[in-house]
Design a binder for this molecule. Structure first.
Ligand code: SAM
Length: 453
């Protein structure tokens, strides 16, 4: 590709000129404007192949005195269009802005008229929940949280549904099921059975209340009373419906919010917490040490493997598997430059995310025993990383492993938790919590699958 060199005056490539060398009227002064420029030479060289060599020689040996060198974007002598050249210092668009541009393009189409409201919520301050630590001084911590006017949204939701059910019973005279109970099949029974992991408590401030939780304090044993997280990220753990004696795998576990929630159930006979990242495993270990008594450590195994190849490493088949995959992490990507997947150099990695997610989900399902249950979750709104991944995994397991997977209905989550979260109504397979200014949690997508054979 040819390039052209414009030779004018002197001073090139960053060397500061002495004041007497500087043209009095500025270097861009047009010729013939009445002021006599002090440049001795002004020339444009059109150079084809070998232009780089010429430039290096000029730099080494020095250009003629009072000569300025410029690259121009003039077409080269062969008439080919000039390739645009970027200085290495050209400012790059910040990752947060890049993320917003891409979201506007994709989510504008995906969510239509809902997008402006989701967008402003994503750009506003996020709301937190306090995951209650059952292994701390429970009464003191509960009093402290209730004193702040926060409520356990899981208990509130179950109570509200129980109240509705008993009202319905009184009106119809037909018994209806309650949350968390496996009722006998019954012809009259049309209410769904709410099956959620037990013993998990998570405090939130009421809708519209944007108060913040103070940091948790250690008790006399040094154990912290609650863990702050996006309250919607508890929903995938609730959906997993861990039962007493279950052997559980958390395939992408670090930094450990959901691992901690799984342990709060008190149901895990054994829990394998795995992650690929060593530094994030360090954070997971810190979390477990800060929140659990030592005797509970016997039930937890921490490993650092590539989750995609899990079943090649372990023969254990699990009752429950959580696959909380890496994703575009939408809220974080709009706020933080650091570690952003939208950084210039991470474009390829970003494009490959759905493939990585698919591989992790397939590995998670292969690690489940027949009849076992798997929850797939992300913190993105992207259909490509959510529903498409689930669809592809179901197809792939059938074709390549002859394994049948059934997607389970989680629509009762919408009814149960409607007063705390804003749910998207048009998901086909799973559930999606949409950020909303009055309940600024999420985005969290979760979908439950059962391995049938
Ligand atoms: C969304 S985060 C998990 C958050 C965690 N479940 C929690 O609640 O704190 C996704 C995690 O997947 C891990 N990861 C990425 N690629 C992985 C792989 N191939 N195998 C296992 N873990 C992986 C990342 O290091 C990251 O910690």
């Amino acid at each position: 590709m040819g390039r052209s060199l414009l030779l004018r005056g002197r001073s090139f490539f960053g060397r500061r000129k002495r004041p007497q060398e500087r043209p009095r009227h500025g270097g861009t002064q047009p010729m013939g404007s009445g002021c006599r420029p002090r440049w001795e030479m002004a020339a444009t060289l059109h150079v084809g192949r070998g232009g780089g060599r010429l430039l290096r020689r000029l730099l080494r040996e020095g250009a003629p005195s009072r000569t300025r060198l410029f690259f121009t974007s003039a077409p080269c002598c062969r008439g080919h269009p000039q390739k645009k050249r970027w200085a290495t210092t050209a400012p790059r668009i910040p990752s947060t802005r890049m993320a917003l541009q891409i979201f506007d393009m994709n989510y504008g189409t995906q969510f239509g008229s809902l997008w402006p409201s989701i967008r402003i919520s994503l750009l506003s301050e996020q709301k937190y929940g306090a995951l209650f630590n059952n292994f701390s001084e429970v009464e003191v911590v509960a009093q402290r949280l209730e004193g702040l006017n926060a409520m356990d949204f899981i208990w509130e939701a179950q109570k509200a549904v129980e109240d509705l059910d008993s009202m319905a019973e009184q009106v119809s005279g037909v018994p209806v099921s309650s949350p968390g109970t496996e009722a006998e099949p019954c012809e009259h029974q049309e209410q769904p059975i709410f099956s959620i992991s037990p013993n998990i408590k998570c405090y939130t401030f009421p809708r519209g209340d944007i108060s913040r939780f103070p940091p948790a304090k250690p008790d006399i044993l040094g154990i912290l009373g609650y863990y702050l997280l996006d309250a919607a990220s508890i929903l995938p753990v609730l959906a997993l419906n861990v039962q007493p004696g279950d052997v559980v795998l958390d395939l992408c576990a670090a930094p450990g919010g959901k691992t901690l929630a799984l342990l709060q159930t008190g149901c895990c006979r054994a829990l394998a917490a795995n992650d690929l990242s060593g530094s994030r495993i360090g954070r997971l270990l810190n979390v477990l040490h800060s929140y659990l008594p030592e005797q509970l450590f016997n039930t937890v195994t921490i490993t650092r493997h590539d989750g995609r190849y899990w079943s090649k490493r372990s023969d254990i088949r699990y009752d429950r598997v959580l696959v909380d995959v890496p994703c575009t992490n939408d809220r974080h990507s709009l706020k933080e430059e650091e570690n952003s997947i939208f950084k210039h150099g991470r474009k390829e990695e970003r494009k490959m995310l759905p493939m990585l997610q698919l591989q992790l989900l397939v590995a998670g399902i292969l690690a489940a025993k027949p009849g076992g249950e798997v929850v797939y979750s992300t913190c993105t709104l992207s259909q490509l990383q959510n529903e498409y991944v689930v669809e592809r995994a179901v197809e792939l397991l059938k074709i390549e492993h002859d394994i049948t997977v059934q997607v389970e209905d989680l629509s009762y989550f919408r009814k149960l938790f409607q007063s705390t979260f804003s749910f998207y109504q048009d998901c086909r397979l799973g559930e999606l919590v949409l950020p909303h200014l009055s309940a600024n949690f999420g985005p969290i997508y979760f979908c439950k699958l059962q391995r049938l054979n």
